[in-house]
Design a protein around this ligand. Structure first.
Ligand code: 3PY
Ligand code: MG
Length: 253
């Protein structure tokens, strides 16, 4: 199987779907689109532990990277999602080096972290044997720390310096709320765009991946130009609205 990390070689980028819908038939449809990866969102999206495990298994045959955004602090479930065959974890609200170290301890095997041995289902889903899985997992699983508060920004370089943190993931809405002190988000607005630019720069100088949540393709293109290389684009209701409404708009009645 072509692994997720390969796709970043030669400055490649991944456009990921972002989904909250628990249904495996829907996930099968989504995986047949031209998105390069599928992200299952448990933080604000309605994915549950059960639906994520079923989702990873349903997505396995598509051979596309499956990414799971865990709820805040649920590093135990990050391990379980990797054991089920997820390629990557996005951990929200990583504000301190201690948060990041806890994330690494649950998601990377020794000597980087303390992930417990037991990839029974991952080897089936990914089609590799156990010894290949465990000896390559630290390099092949991609662990993103979400940077989305002022505190996280002040600790970002130290978080990025940690072995086991493979990249940072920009949460532009929470970041703007935290920086502006205003609950109405202004993603990629003038108060935060400099921080976002620096995020990509700091990741790149360390050979790590900058990732970001984007509402649409125009935002993803802008963020790509800043140096981000894993870009989630829109979410379920936008896919349905835009797809359905673009057809309806073509009707002559
Ligand atoms: C944010 O923008 O804060 C996010 O977490 C994106 O989902
Ligand atoms: Mg957020």
């Amino acid at each position: 199987m072509k692994r997720m990390t390969d796709r970043f070689a030669d400055d490649g980028a991944i456009a990921s779907a972002w989904t909250s819908i628990q249904d495996t038939m829907y996930l099968d449809f989504l995986a047949r689109t031209n998105f390069g990866a599928i992200t299952l969102d448990m933080q604000h999206g309605m994915q549950t532990e059960d639906s994520v495990i079923r989702g990873i298994m349903a997505l396995g045959p598509h051979k596309k990277p499956v990414v799971v955004r865990i709820p805040v602090g649920r590093f135990d479930f990050a391990s379980k999602a990797l054991d089920a065959g997820a390629h990557s974890i996005i951990a929200p609200m990583i504000n301190t080096v201690e948060d990041a170290k806890a994330l690494v301890s649950f998601t990377k095997y020794i000597p980087v972290g303390d992930r417990s041995y037991g990839p029974t289902q991952a080897v089936n889903v990914l089609g590799v044997d156990r010894s290949e899985y465990v000896t390559t997992a630290n390099d092949e699983t991609v662990i993103f720390a979400m940077i989305e508060t002022k505190e996280a920004v002040s600790n970002m370089e130290a978080i990025l310096d940690l072995d086991g943190i493979d990249g940072v993931f920009c949460g532009p809405a929470d970041l703007s709320i935290s920086v502006r002190g205003n609950i109405v988000p202004d993603p990629y607005g003038e108060d935060t765009i400099g921080i976002v630019e620096n995020m990509a720069k700091q990741a790149k100088v360390r050979g790590k991946i900058a990732a970001a949540f984007c509402a649409d393709a125009a935002t993803a293109n802008m963020v790509y130009d800043l140096g981000f290389r894993f870009l989630s684009i829109g979410f379920d209701s936008t896919y349905l609205d835009r797809g359905a409404n673009s057809e309806v708009a073509k009707l002559k009645f």
